[in-house]
Design a protein around this ligand. Structure first.
Ligand code: SMG
Ligand code: MG
Length: 369
């Protein structure tokens, strides 16, 4: 089957509440959606890149440009074949998030044409997955406690606190003391610390955290290994891992004992499964990260999170934690879990009216082989 064309669509979704991390504060999610059309079937992919290149070197406008000018021309001769996307784009250096969005749309289209769900295709073993929520840096500790209380009441299986220098020991202590030892608690620094903070970070051991996520720069595996050797709290990598090869190297160096897998950050769901396989072979638990996805990206993440090695709750929260109105049907938390979509492909499609309401630009790119 050939690909007839690809639609690049930008949408803007206001967040229910601002999300502050050590990288900045986000008020809305601008997302790039890729729709691949092949014959009677279409498939969707969502790009994880954000407006600015702060979390990752990629950014939305750059991703759209990469897809338009380099990825699609390289893809055209291959037709609708998800396994061919990675090899066809290998000569383009980096840009894993842009590539992932293209591959996901091709994969979704192909799976729909074959009547197979993404969960089944990836080798999922769970129909429901336990999920957590990522809690941003708050104005005050009291405001943080109120937010955490709301999420625990809703039933989330794990609370992740965003930290940065000046907002770490105190909020973590307050949350642990207020909600007790039974709450699964993690922290995520988004690279806000330096190796000089090692002794400071070691104090987090007092609070029974399940993991500390990405305290240092993405390329600094050595400092993560030094921290891991010093702390009882497991070190988890996010930004550092952009491929299965990175994962193998980080594990070999002792830089992490847990991995956050984000399909966008590693170049797509097929590479995400390879990261999972490398981790599983080394006895390293993984969990699915989040990039404030719309329902499209979240549906696909749920499929991934159903794989056997995903033994920790992921950053895949219910729709109401992110958006008043999403572009797909809402995901509703049930007993700390979300259902893995079972329909063909990623199992969900955008609601045309909701999609139109948040669209800021659309571009149709015909493809000729
Ligand atoms: O999708 O629930 C979500 C957000 C989860 O905290 C989250 N993501 O570093 O893990 C992370 C961040 C990246 C996005 S904010 C810069
Ligand atoms: Mg993170």
């Amino acid at each position: 089957m050939k690909i007839d064309g690809v639609e690049l669509r930008e949408v803007a979704l206001p967040l229910v509440s601002p999300f502050r991390t050590s990288l900045g504060t986000q008020h809305e999610r601008n997302a790039l959606l890729v729709r691949v059309v092949g014959g009677e079937t279409e498939g969707w992919g969502e790009c994880a890149a954000e407006d600015e290149p702060t979390y990752s070197p990629e950014y939305l406008a750059g991703a759209a440009d990469l897809i338009r000018r380099f990825a699609l021309p390289a893809l055209a001769p291959h037709g609708l074949d998800p396994a061919a996307v990675g090899p066809a784009l290998r000569h383009l250096r980096g840009h894993v998030m842009a590539k992932a969005a293209v591959e996901t749309a091709v994969l979704d289209c192909w799976l729909r044409a074959h009547g197979v769900s993404l969960a089944q295709h990836l080798g999922g073993v769970r129909r429901r997955v336990r999920v957590g929520v990522s809690v941003g840096i708050a104005e005050t500790v009291d405001a943080l406690l109120e937010t955490v209380d709301k999420h625990l009441t809703a039933g989330y299986a794990r609370i992740k606190l965003k930290i940065e220098p000046g907002w770490d020991l105190e909020p973590v202590r307050a949350v642990r003391e207020t909600f007790g030892p039974g709450v699964m608690l993690t922290v995520d620094a988004n690279t806000a610390y330096t190796p000089a903070d090692l002794r400071h970070l070691a104090q987090l051991d007092a609070y029974g955290l399940t993991l500390i996520e990405q305290p240092f720069a993405p390329g600094d595996l050595r400092s993560h290994a030094a921290l891991a050797a010093r702390l009882d709290t497991p070190v988890c990598l996010d930004e550092s891992i952009t491929s299965a090869r990175d994962a193998a190297e980080a594990i070999r160096m002792g830089a992490c004992s847990i991995i956050n897998i984000k399909p966008g950050r590693v170049g797509g769901y097929l590479e995400a499964r390879r990261v999972h396989d490398v981790a599983e072979a080394n006895g390293v638990p993984v969990w699915c990260g989040g990039m404030l996805e719309t329902g499209l990206g979240r549906a696909a993440n749920l499929a991934l999170a159903g794989l056997p090695g995903f033994t920790l709750p992921g950053d895949i929260s219910a729709t109401e934690r992110y958006y008043h109105r999403d572009i797909t049907r809402p995901f509703v938390l049930d007993g700390g879990e979300l259902p893995v979509p079972q329909g063909p492909g990623i199992g969900v499609t955008p609601d045309p009216e909701a999609l139109e309401a948040c669209t800021t630009s659309v571009e149709w790119i015909p493809l000729s082989a």
